[in-house]
Design a protein around this ligand. Sequence first.
Ligand SMILES: *Cc1c(COP(=O)(O)O)cnc(C)c1O
Length: 410
Amino acid sequence: MELVNQGYQIQGLSVLALAEQFGTPLYVYDSSVIQRQYERMQKAFSSTRVKINYACKALSNPAVLQFFRKLGAGLDTVSIQEVRLGLMSGFLAEEIVYTPNCVSFEEVIEAVELGVHVNIDNLSILEQFGHAYGSRVPVCIRLNPHIMAGGNSKISVGHIDSKFGISIYQMPHLLRIVEAHSIHVEGLHMHTGSDILDTDVFLQGAEILFEAAVSFPHLQFLDFGSGFKVPYKPGDIETDLHELGSKLSDRFNAFCQSYGKPLTLMFEPGKYLVSEAGIFLARVNVLKQTTAALFAGVETGLNHLIRPMFYDAYHHIVNVSRPEAQPRIYTVVGYICETDTFGWNRKISEIAEGDLLAFYNAGAYCYTMASNYNARLRPPEVLVIDGQAHLIRERESFEDLIKGVKWLQM
Ligand SMILES: *Cc1c(COP(=O)(O)O)cnc(C)c1O
């Protein structure tokens, strides 16, 4: 979204007009930002064989998945339903990696039957896998390198208490299982968490993965997960992809030399690819001056955008209706009967009731975390491609809300 002649636009389309056309609250995604981010990553790793698998839990609308397929991305999935969405959106099974956590073995069997790459993160599942398939079905193994990554413990998954991955200290046991069942290990994987700023964390993790990789002679790829940081606040710094790309590619290429064959370097970013592509639009229902603060109460809440309340995430807020007005200090709150504050003490151009606010970074983990709490309906989603706005999901209706309800006969 950019400010052009005192009006906010996306690919030349007026944001106010989009809100009029599709109604509010509304999610809008800018495909050119998705493409820019994808190409940035490709470019950063252009000196090695890189494959980018979009982690679709960030934003799983099938039209967005179709767009990624067209860009040439693969797909990273965490549930059998995401696998299905990927297949329906045109991805080939071999382009999909399935990285579940604490799912039943029945779900793993389903994934094998659909033909996708399975990434196993538990010795018990690995044993069952070996027992069921022996060397017939190749498998990827998710290791936990135990490096502390990310500033926020709620989104850091590589630490010692984490439930994710097979601990690097369990390598001897892991190797015994692999050997006993002649398991064909085609990939090693690590994913240390989200919001990683320090490229050294990646490089540290990479060394651990290289060390482990020597024990597996049939590898095709090494998957370094994700966790790239994107700017949320104006002036925020992001992961230096250029630096990471050149350092990691060099080490990766050197490793492939010593390993004896070229492997594919994989990443599975979610947030990096879609966070900045999305804005969430909602109107101000009421202004409320209390003794403590000036509240702007919007027509949405934690049911549509939960990150501020769930992770203390900062989402920048602007007044689309009056970008040039004198800024005042507002606390922006939702309409849910629950404390749902989007932002305390935000400097926003003077708001009148009915004004349209835009929340930035609404591409990743926003719509996909939306719910029907307070029996509210989920908003529609619009994807802008080549200057054209496409409605890619309708606003929910009351009928959607009661679908599947079995009324008591009384
Ligand atoms: C969530 C997740 C990702 C994506 O993380 P981002 O921080 O959105 O880039 C990648 N891989 C796995 C296994 C995940 O669970």
